[in-house]
Structures are given as structure tokens and as C-alpha cells.
Design a protein around this ligand. Sequence first.
Ligand code: AMP
Length: 210
Amino acid sequence: MNLILLGAPGAGKGTQAAIIARELSIPAISTGNILRAAVASGSELGRQAKACMESGALVSDEIIIGIIRDRLAESDCANGYILDGVPRTIAQAEALEENGIKFDHVVSMEVSDETIMDRMSGRRVCPKCGASYHVVAVPPKKEGVCDVCGSELTTRKDDAPETVKARLAVYHKETEPLKEFYRSRGVLRPVEDKGSVEATSAAILKVLGA
Ligand code: AMP
């Protein structure tokens, strides 16, 4: 099954992608996580992406299309995958189509901007493995420590309130038009936020028929 999780920054895509990936035994692929790892490693890709990411702007379609084409060619993607945070522009969606990539379901996670602004301050991420937590909604077992790999959790620089506002504006302008793009292809599945991680996962799995 090939899936996309579409939604504003902070809608809970990373959290839900991890749960669905486990349920369906397919990999979750986050271009944000791939880019953060590149920035941390100081690679050429990281150097190119850093300034855009810190300001809340999008990294160029060319860079993203290159990353995603390489990642989807890896063997663990043979039986399907969940894309988290990609495509984010019509150009990226068209590039996926041009490469013959089709999606069974595009889940649009519907959360208000107000809820997102409230939530972002509590987000914590693992700089090593990319796992995502929230101090209240999804706390790690041990405060400040990643359940998956034991690294110390950090906040994302781009979760500062002013940057979140910029990212929401980018989302509405560049990414939201993807809903119409996928609606016209008959694969858009809007899912309202249910207020808890478990209830939202159940709603997503239901629309996937899983
Ligand atoms: P995310 O973790 O998905 O919120 O992504 C963090 C940042 O990485 C974004 O604000 C962008 O700067 C960049 N990024 C991640 N995915 C994409 C994408 N598909 N297109 C453009 N920029 C992206």
C-alpha cells in the first residue's frame, strides 16, 4: 500500500506515520527527518537545506525530488510506504506521478491552526533517530530521553512560534492545493483530529480499511 500523510506542520503526521508503519509493516519516510539528519552530519545536502529549514521555508523541489527518488528505490519500499511531509508542492506531486508512482490513499489530517500553535511548544524530537514526542500528549517513558534509541531529546529550532506561523502560511499556500490534486484523482481521505493519538490512529486505519 502506498500512502501519503498530508497535513499542516504539527498536525501529528510523524506520530501517526510511525503507528501506521508498525500496523501495516511498511516504512514511514519523512523528508524532514532525512534533511535534519543531513544538517546534523554537515553534508553538502544539509548545507544547502539548513537556511530554508530554519526560516520555515520549503527546500527546493529539485532537492526533495532527488531525495525521494533515491529513498523509494531502496528495497524496504517494495511492498509500499507512507510518505510523511512529502509531497509538499504540486510540482513534487507531479514529479512522483511522472516517475510512475501512484498512491492508494492520501490521508489529509485536519487540525486547526489554533490547535497547532498550542501543540508545537510541547513537541520534542530525537536528533538521532527522528522519533517524535509531546510533553503532554506523547511523553517518552523517561523524561527527555528517546524510547527508541536512548538519545537526549531536543526541541526543533523551527518550532519557535514565529517560525510556526511562517510554516503554516507556507502550508496553506503551497501544500493545501494538494488536497484538490488528490481529490480529483479519487484518493483523498480527510480525517479530523480526534484529540488523542489513539483515537486519530483508529480513524486513519478505518479510512484505510486496515
Ligand atoms: P518537517 O519535519 O516535515 O516539518 O520538515 C521540516 C522542514 O524541512 C520544512 O519546514 C522544510 O524546510 C523542509 N522540508 C521537509 N520536507 C519537505 C518537502 N517535501 N518539500 C520542501 N521542503 C521540505
